[in-house]
Design a protein around this ligand. Structure first.
Ligand code: NAD
Length: 392
């Protein structure tokens, strides 16, 4: 079929298989160009199909020749309709990894469940023996507790007071004001249940109990801090509370399993998760212009190459006062933040393209779903029903 983008608000409900493959191959080239010895060899990536998790998988496989097992929750093609982007990304990743002689298998299912943890452990035992790096990169709006069966929902809300600021309708290119009411106690607790560190701890406990963690294993989960203007709705809001819990979990995991568990604070990039956060797409559009002008702009893959090569395996962790890895360091440079803050109050729908890199934002957004990539014939009839090469 001919697959066209069908954008609904901050999601695109279609994905292009050939475009997703082109994007994955672009990232693979970046990882290969930074190839380095001494990195991870057997890697489990939880949340491996899009965004930071996918890029970590690519950086480990193609930058360090690592065997990778990826866990994700994606939609295969059904009734002739295109699969989700993460499905096509994983098909493309496995295909390229197998071509390169690398082990790559995947599990599609709910990472929060006992069943998927057990399947991952079984596969590690059978194929890899043990893993030496566990990457936790889930972003999910809900989680069902595997013991109680209760389902929790996460929300993006301020705590204590209403937050009003500028936001961007990325579909229409319109800047407007948004007001978000504060979360109640229940919403705060539920967001920690979904996006906090509990499930990361459950994974590490299950892996440790099964004896599949290699001596000296490392683990990393991702976080974000960002500019002060988003703190009320992010860092000091419900999601920030969950991220503090991920920091608590990092310390608990390090102590319980004798491993090095870290939180890595990453840069703001366009992903399916970040495009859903109010205010953030406008900030990202301005940030990209400022960082591109300074020449230190990065996407997911450049960030993850730097995380593995320089920080986790380069002997230079550069931990901050809260013992976090900071690959958001260039984003947070004072001159970058000052330049964004200067533009922020001036931006309107009319000057959006002049004062920000909204076109770069839109390009990245389309690419998430395999659209707008050079060399791809979007008028061609393509096969949408693609199986995972490993069988999934
Ligand atoms: P994303 O939406 O691109 O990826 C989420 C991944 O989680 C996908 O692989 C998806 O399949 C998987 N997933 C979701 N629910 C699942 C489930 N129940 N079972 C199995 N897999 C499931 O998100 P992202 O932006 O790459 O976010 C990953 C992490 O990086 C998050 O912790 C996020 O807070 C953090 N982070 C993101 C940014 C940013 O700007 N996007 C910045 C810093 C940190």
């Amino acid at each position: 079929m001919i697959v066209q983008p069908r954008i609904r608000g901050f999601v695109c409900i279609t994905a292009h298989p050939v475009g997703c493959e082109a994007k994955v191959r672009q990232e693979i080239e970046v990882a290969k160009a930074a190839k380095q010895d001494g990195g991870p060899k057997k890697v489990l990536v939880i949340g491996a199909s899009t965004g930071y998790g996918l890029s970590t998988r690519i950086a480990a496989a193609f930058g360090h020749d690592a065997a990778t097992l990826g866990v994700f929750f994606e939609r295969p093609s059904q009734k002739g309709k295109p699969a989700s982007a993460g499905w096509y990304n994983s098909v493309a990743f496995e295909k390229a990894a197998h071509e390169a002689g690398l082990y790559a298998k995947s599990i599609n299912g709910d990472a929060f469940s006992h069943e998927i943890k057990a399947r991952a452990i079984e596969m590690i035992k059978e194929d890899l023996g043990q893993v030496d790096l566990v990457v936790y990169s889930l972003a999910s709006p809900r989680r069902t507790d595997p013991d109680t069966g209760e389902t929790y929902k996460s929300c993006l809300k301020p705590i204590g007071q209403t937050f009003t600021n500028r936001t961007l309708d990325t579909d229409k290119g319109e800047v407007s004001e948004v007001s978000i009411e504060p979360a109640d106690e229940e919403e705060i607790t539920q967001t920690v249940k979904v996006m906090g560190g509990e499930d990361w701890e459950l994974w590490m406990k299950a892996l440790s109990d099964a004896g599949v963690l290699a001596p000296g294993v490392k683990s990393v989960a991702y976080s974000y801090i960002g500019p002060e203007l988003t703190w009320p709705v992010y860092t000091n809001g419900t999601i920030g509370g969950a991220k503090k819990d991920v920091e608590r979990a990092a310390a608990a995991i390090s102590e319980a399993y004798g491993c090095e568990a870290y939180v890595s604070v990453n840069k703001a990039v366009v992903t399916q998760a970040s495009s859903a956060i109010p205010v953030v797409p406008l900030y990202i559009s301005i940030l990209f212009k400022v960082m591109k002008e300074k020449g230190n702009h990065e996407g997911c893959i450049e960030q993850m190459v730097r995380l593995l090569n320089d920080r986790l395996y380069g002997g230079d962790l550069q931990l901050d006062e809260a013992k976090r890895i900071r690959v958001d360091d260039w984003e947070m440079e004072p001159d970058i933040q000052a330049a964004v803050a200067k533009v922020w109050p001036e931006i309107t729908s009319e000057n959006l393209n002049a004062l920000s890199d909204f076109s770069g934002y839109q390009q990245d957004f389309l690419e998430l779903f395999g659209f707008g990539l050079p060399g791809v014939d979007y008028e061609a009839d393509v096969e949408v029903d693609l199986p995972l090469p490993s069988g999934g």
